[in-house]
Design a protein around this ligand. Structure first.
Ligand code: C2E
Ligand code: MG
Ligand code: MG
Length: 788
């Protein structure tokens, strides 16, 4: 071989080899970790080695040519084809169902076939000989090798099919585009191969490089691979960003200086409520901003463009579907050609905002009534106190505690308890305005902050209105309930300076209101603390009183007005406390009710009275009725009737000698339950009296429905009888209506002869009072009985 020929050969082969090695390096550098890049790299390396082997073949003497072809050139070329099929199948693997191993198997069939034939049939079966034409060595192939060639052609066509199918199956635009590029590259390769074949055939025998069909097409294939890379076929960093752009849930919009949208990603389409990019093209972003923010946004945009970027700018948009979305926009300037554009990244924070609003609401509100909660109230109180300290205005704290809420909860269940609280909240809401803050402290406690009042009277009149609101019943399950509310008020600057102090003092005032029978309001005074302190002391000792046998019963005689005969007595409890001395029921009954001690105490009273009654019964006091007071909490015990029955049984007292005194509010507040219990008690043979009649809210029509035998007119009416004209007629009316309803009427608190005579004249049945006797200790009462 001449020097000239050697140089030509070198140039002829080494340039393509270098070109291919360069291509392979470019590919692997784009992304060395990605499988597609690795496969493409291997394919090109194999092709490069194949060309290098061909160069060797031409360089060395003819005796080596066949072996080089059989063991180097052909294996490298077939392996390259297999590798490229593998590359295609791997790149499209989301769109076919072949496993990894089957793709490898399919890809390497020609390669395996070739080596099997080589091993079993020998080299001669594939390659017949070598023909030297000038300095060029031409391998003559056997028919078997032509079959393998055929396979290779089929495989290259298979590649065309794979990318075409994947292109149509692709479910996203990125993949579609990618497979189209791949398809075009393959097509280019096919056409180029045909072109080379035509040239070869046409110029044969002048062009004697028949063997180099593979050689040329290889180079073409390598060029085409490089071409698709340019078209971003193979994974690369910019590819990654393109994918991010497409799949990111974040909206990315490119806008120009007039806010016209030039490019939008699918995330942006979604936020704006569109489906296709074209629909948004050349529309202004500001169209979507809500009216009241639009102008500000446009001005801010114009001012910042193109210098300043926006960070976390909150905006509200209304999309095509009419949905309002809260968004957070970040912007960055970018130049394209001579123009400036702005890349805006938008996050949808609607849900986040709704959640944080909800969290804020939950932290500041009571979920049941939707009123502000204690936390919110305290903050507002602090703030208002600060504000009011510089002005001369007053500030009020009004604490409201429901009187009979527990009753509803215990008898009707929590569901109705909740309903009652909601109703109360609604009623309170109607009485306050922007100058107040109404909150629920928890349980059945509400609180109102009067942020600023000019005069004391403003606070008092609010209290009056709220007190009035409690005089109307709440209807639950078709029944009316009178809940009643005890209200305590403290006022800054008179009562206290601090928020804690004001709440504490309102609480003390409320406690006083409750202690005085509830359903009233009280303004805080310093003396009230004494009551609380006394109650704390009372409660402490009350818990031990039963065990220490400190309770006794006094008996107040009851007189038949017509005959003047002693016909009964009311048992009244007294507490002879070691520490506190004699305590009257007015002082401790409410406390006993509040603490629940009343159940045990009341039980003791009934048992004690019944035992005494039995003694009198045995002593021959016939037609002598013993009255015992029952408190509402005691009465509402589910097993109250059973307990009474048990006491009657064990004491042996005739049931019709026993009268239980209940109050109007006990029955009216819970009519159905009360009626059932009263029926059961009456069925035992017991009498029922309504105590303190006239002070509650019951109407006579309600009483008509109940099995009540006796009405006890409250002492206040008896006192009023001679105080003013109308006083007498009220008593007269009660007596006559009572009789109309076939009830006995008893007058309480008769203190004077006048009262006695008037009552007698009115036809009142019985009377009790200091005019006859005060409540007497047992010994004295027994003396009285004997004297009679
Ligand atoms: P009440 O059932 O209305 O009892 C009548 C109260 O009026 C008694 O007060 C009695 O001493 C008083 N009184 C009677 N006649 C006159 C009078 O002519 N003038 C005046 N100013 N007062 C008169 P007491 O004993 O202090 O009882 C007060 C309340 O305590 C009772 O009112 C009753 O509601 C309750 N109470 C008394 N004992 C018991 C008991 O064992 N259980 C329950 N649950 N409550 C009781
Ligand atoms: Mg009584
Ligand atoms: Mg009474």
């Amino acid at each position: 071989m001449s020097d000239y020929q050697s140089i030509m050969l070198l140039l002829f082969f080494i340039f393509p080899v270098m070109y291919m090695i360069d291509t392979a390096l470019v590919i692997i550098r784009r992304n060395a970790k990605h499988i597609e890049n690795r496969l493409a790299f291997l394919t090109i390396c194999l092709l490069a080695s194949m060309i290098f082997f061909q160069y060797l073949e031409q360089l060395l003497s003819a005796e080596y040519a066949l072996n080089i072809s059989a063991y180097m050139v052909y294996p490298a070329s077939i392996a390259a084809v297999s590798m490229s099929v593998l590359l295609h199948l791997t790149a499209t693997n989301s769109y076919h169902r072949l496993s990894r191993w089957s793709t490898i198997g399919i890809a390497f069939i020609p390669f395996i076939m070739y080596f099997l034939l080589l091993a079993i049939r020998g080299r001669e079966y594939l390659l017949e000989g070598v023909r030297v034409e000038g300095f060029w060595k031409q391998i003559e192939v056997a028919p078997a090798m032509t079959v393998i060639y055929g396979f290779l052609v089929m495989y290259s066509l298979l590649n065309v099919a794979i990318c075409l199918i994947a292109h149509y199956k692709a479910n996203n635009s990125v993949d579609r585009k990618r497979f189209m590029v791949l398809f075009k590259a393959n097509l280019f390769y096919q056409l180029a191969t045909i072109g080379v074949l035509i040239v070869y055939t046409a110029f044969s025998p002048y062009v004697y490089i028949s063997d180099s069909v593979i050689f040329l097409t290889t180079i073409i294939w390598s060029i085409s691979l490089r071409v698709y890379m340019k078209n971003d076929f193979l994974p690369s960093t910019s590819k990654k960003y393109e994918l991010l752009y497409h799949f990111s849930p974040t909206a990315i919009i490119m806008i120009d200086k007039n806010m016209i949208m030039k490019e939008v990603n699918p995330g942006a389409l979604r936020i704006l409520g569109f489906e296709k990019e074209e629909e948004l093209e050349n529309r202004s972003l500001s169209e979507f901003i809500v009216m009241n923010e639009r102008k500000d946004m446009e001005e801010a945009f114009a001012a910042s463009f193109p210098k300043d970027a926006w960070r976390n700018r909150e905006l509200t948009i209304v999309n095509r579907k009419g949905q309002k979305r809260a968004i957070l926009a970040d912007t960055e300037m970018m130049a394209e050609g001579k123009d400036w554009f702005l890349l805006m990244v938008i996050r949808d924070i609607t849900q986040q905002q709704e959640e944080s609003r909800l969290i804020h609401f939950l932290a500041h509100h009571d979920t049941l009534t939707k009123l502000p909660n204690r936390y919110h109230f305290n903050r507002e109180l602090e703030a208002s106190l600060k504000a009011v300290k510089s002005s001369k205005a007053l500030l009020g704290v009004m604490l409201i505690d429901l009187d009979r809420f527990k009753l509803i909860n215990d008898t009707l269940g929590h569901q109705f308890g909740d309903q009652a609280l909601i109703d109360v909240a609604q009623r309170l809401r109607q009485n306050v305005d922007h100058r107040h803050l109404l909150a629920r402290l928890g349980g059945d406690e509400f609180i109102i902050l009067i942020k600023e009042a000019e005069e004391y009277d403003e606070i008092v009149s609010l209290a009056e209105n709220i007190h009035l609101a409690f005089q109307l019943p709440i209807t639950l399950q078709g029944q009316d309930f009178y809940l009643g509310g005890s209200i305590g008020i403290s006022v800054h600057p008179f009562d206290d300076d601090s928020s804690d102090g004001l709440i504490k003092r309102a609480d003390i005032a409320m406690y006083n209101a409750k202690h005085s029978g509830g359903n009233q309001y009280r303004l805080y005074t310093n003396e009230m603390i004494a009551l609380v302190q006394r109650d704390v002391k009372l409660e402490k000792h009350l818990r031990k009183a039963l065990k220490r046998k400190e309770f006794v019963l006094h008996y107040q005689p009851q007189i038949n007005l017509a005959s003047g005969q002693l016909i009964g007595a009311e048992a009244l409890i007294r507490w002879q406390s070691v520490e506190l001395g004699m305590v009257h029921p007015g002082e401790f009954i409410t406390l006993a009710e509040q603490t629940g001690l009343i159940n045990e105490i009341g039980q003791w009273v009934i048992a004690e009275a019944c035992q005494q009654g039995k003694l009198w019964q045995e002593q021959g006091w016939n037609d002598f009725m013993l009255s015992v007071n029952v408190s509402s909490r005691q009465f509402m015990q589910p097993d109250f009737v059973n307990k009474v029955q048990e006491i009657l049984r064990s004491s042996g007292l005739e049931p019709d000698r026993l009268c239980l005194e209940i109050t109007e509010s006990m029955v009216v507040n819970n009519l159905n339950v009360a009626r059932k219990m009263l029926d059961e008690l009456v069925a035992l043979g017991i009498h029922i009296a309504i105590d303190d009649f006239g002070t509650g809210y019951s109407s006579l029509s309600v009483l008509r429905q109940l099995p009540i035998a006796i009405i006890k007119i409250d002492r206040s009416f008896i006192t009023d009888m001679d105080a003013y004209q109308g006083g007498l007629s009220i008593v007269k009316t009660i007596v006559s209506m009572g009789h109309d309803l076939q009830k006995q009427v008893v007058a309480e608190g008769v203190e004077t002869l006048d009262q006695y005579e008037q009552l007698k004249q009115l036809g009142c049945d019985k009377a009790q009072g200091y005019y006859y006797h005060k409540p007497l200790p047992l010994l004295e009462f027994n003396k009285l009985l004997i004297a009679r």
